[in-house]
Ligand binder design. Structure first.
Ligand code: ZN
Length: 204
């Protein structure tokens, strides 16, 4: 998901340190097969996984995103990274392999209608209703269990990125009219996003 202009300072105590030194890779777009099928689970927590996670982090930051899943750099593995503010503008950072998301059901379930976008469909944003709280469980880059939860954009991000590991893009959650609007915006913005974007984007 793309970052909103809102930059937050406080960091949640559950945050993990994201690796640095990764390589920025082109972002895979909707329509590529890897974006639309369930990803393979992570079973080996080794150096290759650490390199992949570092590349995800580097690419997320280069693309000015708040979250990025492995399929978005063309890799068929169920893992995502995020650096995202919650409703109180507290920043949460994490790595989740084999994510499972839980959202409130019944009387606790409240939908948040807010703008959503996807780095794999860049330059386009429409409202998408999502539960206003989410909890994700899974495993860190070393294979130990992790839990992340929260509100606001973070809740949206945890749901959006877990969806990616299941082969679902947020356009799949929209009605035809919203999807058309989204496509028009994406097409209008296309000149700003060459095929290898965000490779070569300078970090100012
Ligand atoms: Zn996305």
């Amino acid at each position: 998901m793309p970052r909103t202009p809102d930059t937050s300072v406080p960091v949640s105590p559950t945050s993990v340190e994201l690796p640095t030194g990764g390589t920025v890779r082109p972002v895979t777009r909707w329509g590529e097969a890897v974006m639309h099928r369930k990803a393979r689970p992570v079973t080996i927590y080794d150096d290759d996984l650490r390199v992949l996670v570092a590349d995800l982090v580097a690419t997320m930051y280069a693309a000015d995103g708040v979250g990025l899943a492995a399929c978005q750099i063309g890799v068929d593995l169920a893992v995502f990274v995020f650096d995202c503010p919650d409703a109180d503008r507290v920043t949460h950072r994490g790595i989740v392999c084999n994510p499972e998301v839980e959202v409130p059901e019944g009387p606790d379930r409240r939908l948040d209608e807010d703008e959503e976008g996807c780095l794999s469909y860049p330059g386009a944003f429409v409202d998408c209703a999502r539960p206003d709280f989410a909890r994700v469980t899974g495993f860190g880059v070393d294979g130990s269990p992790v839990v992340f939860e929260g509100t606001g954009l973070l809740a949206r991000c945890l749901q959006h990125e877990t969806d990616h590991t299941l082969g679902t893009v947020f356009g799949d959650r929209l009605n035809n009219r919203a999807r058309k609007r989204l496509r028009k915006q994406m097409e209008a913005a296309a000149p700003d996003y060459p095929a290898d974007w965000p490779v070569g984007v300078s970090d100012e």
